[in-house]
Design a protein around this ligand. Structure first.
Ligand SMILES: Nc1ncnc2c1ncn2[C@@H]1O[C@H](COP(=O)(O)OP(=O)(O)OP(=O)(O)O)[C@@H](O)[C@H]1O
Length: 777
């Protein structure tokens, strides 16, 4: 829980002033008389510390937010056409490491626009000598951030840019060499710790949160808790900006942090399926706090935020409706608050007037307040697309980045005496207690009209403060031990298939692995916990077409098909299948979401697609075969997921439960068709869905083939009868099959040509049909 108190806003009062070198004159005899040789030594050491810190501070570079720009390569979606209709034209270049130029290849007179930034990373093509890899970013940005953190400076890096521009790639990245700044910085942090001089100690806490629809979600809370926790940003008199209740995990190794990062990232994906959030729809903030104590020195403490912001594209382009529109509005609101905050700060740095930025208008800016204008060394990473179709977004990202360049921060070294922080927290607690007592006693000195809301508020503050004090009072080892226990709870609260490869067993797990029976029981227990979180619905009372007794669950309410019946799947042999199924379910739910969004784009949410899952636990072969999609024109789909009786049932006639079933493969085909056809459609969502079904099931092709065939048959019949007419009298006259008249010969040729055309048409129709049937995504 809570916030470790060493994350202070660089409070100078916690440390001697650094304005001038400190000199202490001690008259030796007096000092000796009071037995104070050690006092003298400690005073000298303090002077050294202060002077050393002053030296560090003097070395500090420019106080503005550093702005970097990174351009990514063309991506598969662009090259293959899903994102840009197959059009890829470069519209940016980086002639130097600090400049970027862009032009619009569509304009007749290409107008070159130039910008200067602190650093421009060319990651578009590796043949350029300025090519920047993930390693380049780590060396330049990551290492600098680590140096700052080790010296007690707060850091922040936030990645800004339109959806798909490469923010997450830069911050989180992929696997191996593609891993991004976050994992590399964490690795570097523990490398630094290993090199600390003897006697030095370090402590690290990490937090991971996302802001989705203006709600803060704790990504490190066990999966079961995270939805219920309502987190708020608050200003604390001692601790600065805090999010009470946010998990701050005590960690002692790089592996532990990376496990938490994996867990948090998985939580983000889980939420993606459950709440329609995808990575681009939420802001994600990873924070680590370090405290470094060398013998006889105050602790150097720091806080580092790595922020992957939600995509900044305009609503018009996304054509979002329904939930997506709401998400978009929340993103836009927080990003536009960010823009207003930046603009206000930039203005004030020019005019030197006191700024009044609207930090509190969004959770994002409130949390990042200190990073944007206070005690922090901050870097903005503007991610841009190289493609001309994104020209407008890129231009607006670069313009925004330019305004950020003017914003100043005031980073100071955080060197604190931990016991004095603890004392301050206690003092704050006591002040709150006596205030509450006064209110409750109705003391005449207290305000006579304290409202009940104020009392509730005060009690809550008191409670939080007590938690801070208790947390702070704990020794480091017990915090670490608690955290390891919590990791176990996390592991069991999330289905195994959601845990990344990196989420390895904790040392305590490894120990368990070596013992036998008892541990097997424990493993069994863990699995049943997993199962109990993933409840299944009732088996359907009517079987699916051609189906067997099955399990069936709506994917939206539960991401996995396991439950009392499916527990057997989780044992030994079937377990990989269960995991595989879960992975497929997640994919499927994303497909369903995307399809629903496309269908409803012009129809205000009239169509709802739900995924029901059918699994036959008794038959391994059909285990993965029964994924079905339910599409309904009414939002009032049955909340119980009883199998629909049949399509012409009375419910369907009343229009309340019009359902259409299709397999996962069919859904993929329909989605593909919708992607290229839906925007031209003036049909209702239901008609569009049916059109997609016809087009992708081969129905249209078959119908066309049948029509062609019928036309050919008619044509052939007509020609045959004309031939018979022309040939009849001559045959009779001359005997033999030879056709003498020109007319007859022409007629026969025409028939032969018609047959060829007919056969060609049949071949091509058959090919089309085959193609349609074999299309898979
Ligand atoms: N420097 C790069 N090198 C190679 N691939 C990249 C690079 N930057 C981005 N990509 C690829 O571009 C795609 C989009 O990147 P990414 O997901 O990071 O975008 P994003 O801005 O975070 O999008 P969103 O806002 O939707 O989360 C991904 O496939 C990613 O792997």
């Amino acid at each position: 829980m809570g916030c470790r108190p060493w994350l202070l806003k660089g409070k100078r009062h916690l440390f001697p002033p650094t304005e001038s070198m400190v000199q202490i004159t001690v008259r030796l005899p007096d000092a000796m008389k009071s037995g104070g040789l050690s006092k003298l030594q400690s005073a000298v050491s303090q002077v050294k510390q202060v002077n050393a810190l002053k030296g560090d501070a003097a070395l500090e570079d420019s106080p503005t937010i550093k702005v970097c720009v990174r351009v990514r390569p063309f991506i598969k979606e662009e090259v293959e056409g899903q994102r840009s209709g197959g059009e890829c034209k470069l519209c940016v270049e980086m002639p130097t490491e600090t400049s970027v130029r862009m032009w619009n290849p569509e304009e007749i007179e290409e107008d070159m626009r130039g910008f200067e930034f602190d650093r421009c990373y060319w990651s578009h093509s590796s043949d350029n000598p300025l090519y920047a890899t993930q390693e380049t970013l780590q060396k330049e940005l990551g290492e600098t951030m680590l140096e700052h953190a080790m010296n007690g400076f707060n850091n922040c890096i936030f990645a800004y840019g339109q959806t798909g521009s490469g923010k997450s790639y830069s911050v989180l990245g992929g696997k191996g060499e593609e891993r991004g700044l976050l994992p590399r910085v964490v690795e570097g942090l523990f490398d630094h710790f290993e090199k600390l001089p003897e006697g030095a100690t370090y402590k690290t806490l990490v937090a991971f949160m996302e802001i989705y629809n203006e709600q803060i979600r704790d990504l490190l809370a066990p999966a079961t808790d995270s939805e219920n926790k309502k987190l708020e940003v608050k200003q604390h008199p001692v601790l600065g900006t805090i999010v009470p209740g946010l998990t701050e995990a005590a960690v002692a190794s790089c592996e532990e942090v990376l496990n938490l990062v994996d867990y948090g990232t998985q939580m983000r994906h889980v939420s993606a399926a459950a709440m329609n959030a995808t990575s681009s729809r939420s802001h994600c903030i990873f924070t680590f706090k370090t405290s470094l104590t060398e013998p006889d020195q105050p602790s150097k403490v720091s806080q580092t935020h790595l922020v992957d912001l939600a995509g900044s594209e305009r609503a018009g382009r996304t054509k979002a409706t329904g939930d997506r529109l709401k998400e978009g509005a929340a993103i836009n609101q927080s990003l536009s608050t960010l823009a207003r905050v930046i603009s206000e700060l930039a203005k004030s740095s020019k005019t030197k007037k006191k700024p009044n930025p609207p930090f509190r208008e969004s959770k994002l800016t409130y949390i990042l307040k200190e990073s944007l204008c206070g005690n922090s060394k901050t870097v903005m990473m503007a991610a841009i697309s190289p493609n001309f179709l994104d020209f407008d977004e890129t231009l607006s990202t670069l313009k925004f980045a330019q305004s950020v360049k003017q914003v100043q921060t005031k980073a100071v070294q955080n060197a604190v005496n931990m016991s004095s922080v603890e004392a301050q927290l206690r003092a704050e607690l006591n002040a709150l207690k006596s205030q509450l007592k006064m209110y409750e006693d109705g003391s005449p000195t207290s305000s006579a009209n304290v409202s009940s809301e104020e009392l509730v508020f005060l009690k809550r503050r008191l409670e939080e403060q007590e938690q801070f004090c208790a947390y702070y009072g704990k020794d480091w080892d017990s915090l670490l031990a608690e955290e390891r226990e919590r990791m176990d709870t996390r592991r069991t609260s999330l289905h195994p298939s959601k845990l990344g490869d990196r989420v390895k067993k904790s040392p305590s797990d490894k120990r368990q692995d070596h013992s036998s029976d008892e541990d097997a029981d424990m493993e069994e227990d863990q699995e049943s916990i997993t199962c109990s979180l993933l409840e299944l619905g009732k088996p359907p009372d009517v079987l699916p077409p051609g189906g067997r007794p099955s399990l069936c669950a709506p994917i939206r309410s539960s991401l996995a098909v396991v439950g009392p019946m499916a527990q057997s799947l989780l044992r030994e042999g079937a377990r990989p299948r269960a995991e595989n199924l879960n992975r497929r379910l997640l994919e499927l739910s994303q497909l369903a979401e995307e399809t629903q969004e496309l269908l409803n784009r012009e129809n205000g949410g009239e169509m709802s697609i739900q995924v029901l899952v059918v699994v036959d636990p008794l038959d391994e072969e059909t285990f993965e075969a029964g994924l079905v999609v339910q599409a309904a024109s009414s939002k009032s789909l049955p909340s119980s997921w009883a199998w629909p009786r049949n399509e012409s049932s009375e419910a369907s006639e009343t229009g309340e439960r019009k359902v259409d079933w299709c397999s996962a493969t069919e859904l993929k085909k329909r989605l593909n068709w919708l992607k290229s056809n839906v925007s031209n459609s003036t049909r209702s969502a239901e008609e569009t869905w049916l059109a997609a079904a016809r087009a992708t099931s081969g129905y249209d092709a078959l119908e066309a083939l049948q029509k062609d065939n019928a036309a050919m048959v008619a044509k052939i019949a007509e020609l045959e009868s004309r031939l018979r007419e022309a040939e009849g009298p001559r045959r009779a006259e001359k005997e033999g099959p030879k056709l003498r008249s020109q007319k007859a010969r022409d007629a026969v040729k025409a028939i032969a040509a018609s047959f060829e055309t007919a056969l060609g048409a049949i071949d091509s129709a058959q090919l089309t049909l085959q193609k349609v049937n074999s299309t898979s995504v």
